[in-house]
Design a protein around this ligand. Structure first.
Ligand SMILES: [Zn+2]
Length: 480
């Protein structure tokens, strides 16, 4: 729901910041909105027949009311007090929106909302969905007010100011927000029509996903470990770009990547080098083709260089210079062993962004630590050292990027500590096979993932063995 007020120079839109606690894109900027709910079907809107379109409008009306207290599309403008009481009942699940409307005599008419197209989430997101966008003017005398919960904050902003803040690295948001702001910045003439064309014009899914200015994400279809299906390649910097982890050698996937690089070249951005987080095939499969086409050097850790040809060896503390654009784009290299011996993360301190590779997966999942390449003690230490770095936003190789980096890192450390306790509790004097221990220590993990869990279990056991808390008897493990 793109809520606007004012005209010309003072045209503003209302945007929110998602809470750090939500599982999907925490800390990102967004517009108000949410999922259609079964109750939405029964809201009557004069001039609209029951059906999917009416349900979507009803959902938009309800979400705006629930999240901001603004009542759109009604034939009355109820006093603030009545709205506040009704909103509290709606939020408290005391009454449904259609029931409130009936009770309070609110009648809705078609035409308050203007449909402005549908956006499809890109393939790196955990749940793919289609979002319908609507444009509406906030009614006179109704001030939106966000309750802290799923949303952390809300404010009016001019599209130009919002874009400036994004360009300086201060804001992070998904592609539809960017294209909507660009549309708004061009003024009110044909606004709805221009916004409605944007999803089609930007590709389905969006071809250029620039979550922060200078950070372009290209999801590539690969064969990573489940549940992932894609590897996110990143083009970082402007005017000079580094390409991180081109993980597919599929011709169609490479073609899409090349098209994106050409598109960025039209904006005077040039590819300077390829950076690799680690050697796993779903991170490096596209390297040779990209190197061949753009004649750029490939850089990674010495350990990664044992698996493929590198032109530059990188180690902890090295800097990758990229020409400055709106600001500094130098990347700092962090050696983060654990998932692999040579795993690197890349830190951009100005925008407080970390390109995490497989060190920190997107969403709420964990990554496999597979010995002997994987090392649990090193992994946990590599996570802990990140807490001392200026990091706000995580750009993972799999799944969705997210802000609230610190919370995520602390959760991962706590999760591994908890798992270690479970592993310890699963051990006793009797030597037991991995298959038996995984049942005990990974009871909360879906059974179909136990084959992978066994590898991380082994990594925990080796860590405990080194600490003197576990010992092995051939392939079997026991306490002490
Ligand atoms: Zn990996």
């Amino acid at each position: 729901m793109v809520l606007v007020r004012g005209h010309g120079e003072t045209l503003e839109t209302f945007w929110v910041r998602r809470s750090d606690e939500v599982p999907y894109m925490p800390g990102f900027r967004a517009f108000v909105g949410g999922l259609a709910d079964p109750q939405d079907e029964s809201l009557e809107i004069e001039g609209l027949a029951p059906g999917p379109d009416r349900t979507l409008e009803a959902c938009a009306l309800r979400e705006v009311f629930e999240e901001t207290g603004v009542l759109l599309g009604a034939d009355v403008s109820p006093p603030a007090e009545q709205r506040a009481r009704a909103r509290a009942r709606l939020v408290g699940r005391d009454a449904t929106f259609p029931a409130l409307a009936r009770e309070l005599g609110w009648r809705f008419r078609a035409g308050a909302l203007t449909y402005t197209g549908r956006w499809t989430t890109p393939p790196f997101t955990p749940k793919r969905f289609v979002a319908a966008y609507f444009l509406a003017r906030a009614p006179e005398g109704q001030e939106p007010c966000v309750h802290v919960g799923e949303l952390a904050h809300g404010e009016w902003v001019t599209p130009v100011a919002a874009l400036e803040r994004w360009q300086m690295g201060g804001e992070t948001f998904a592609a539809p927000i960017l294209y909507t702001l660009i549309g708004l910045a061009q003024g009110e003439e044909n606004l709805a029509a221009r916004l409605a064309e944007a999803p089609e014009a930007s590709g389905k899914p969006v071809r250029r996903i620039e979550l922060k200015w200078g950070v372009v994400l290209q999801p590539m279809k690969t064969r990573p470990l489940p549940p992932a299906t894609h590897t996110n390649a990143y083009l970082v910097g402007e005017p000079e770009m580094a390409l991180i982890d081109p993980g597919s050698d599929d011709p169609a996937e490479l073609e899409a990547l090349f098209e994106l690089i050409e598109m960025l070249r039209a904006d005077r951005r040039t590819l300077r080098l390829i950076l690799l987080t680690h050697h796993h095939p779903d991170h490096v499969a596209g390297v040779e083709k990209v190197r061949e086409r753009y004649r750029v050097p490939v850089a990674g850790h010495r350990e990664t260089g044992r698996h493929l040809r590198l032109d530059l060896i990188l180690g902890d503390g090295d800097v990758v210079p990229l020409a400055p654009g709106v600001g500094d784009w130098t990347l700092r290299v962090l050696h983060t062993p654990g998932h692999t011996r040579g795993h690197l993360c890349f830190l951009q301190p100005r925008i407080r962004a970390l390109f995490t590779g497989d060190h920190i997966p997107g969403g709420s999942g964990t990554v496999i630590i597979d010995p002997p390449e994987g090392d649990m003690a090193a992994y946990v230490a590599s996570l802990a050292r990140l807490l001392g770095e200026p990091i706000e936003t995580l750009f993972p190789a799999h799944g969705s990027p997210q802000a609230a980096a610190r919370k995520r890192i602390e959760w991962l450390i706590a999760h591994r500590e908890e798992r270690e306790k479970k592993v310890l509790a699963a051990l006793d004097a009797e030597p037991r096979a991995l298959a038996e221990l995984v049942e005990r220590a990974y009871a909360d993990t879906p059974r179909e993932l136990w084959t992978y869990a066994e590898r991380s279990l082994l990594a925990h056991l080796i860590k405990l063995e080194n600490a003197g808390a576990a010992s092995r008897d051939g392939e079997r493990w026991r306490a002490g």
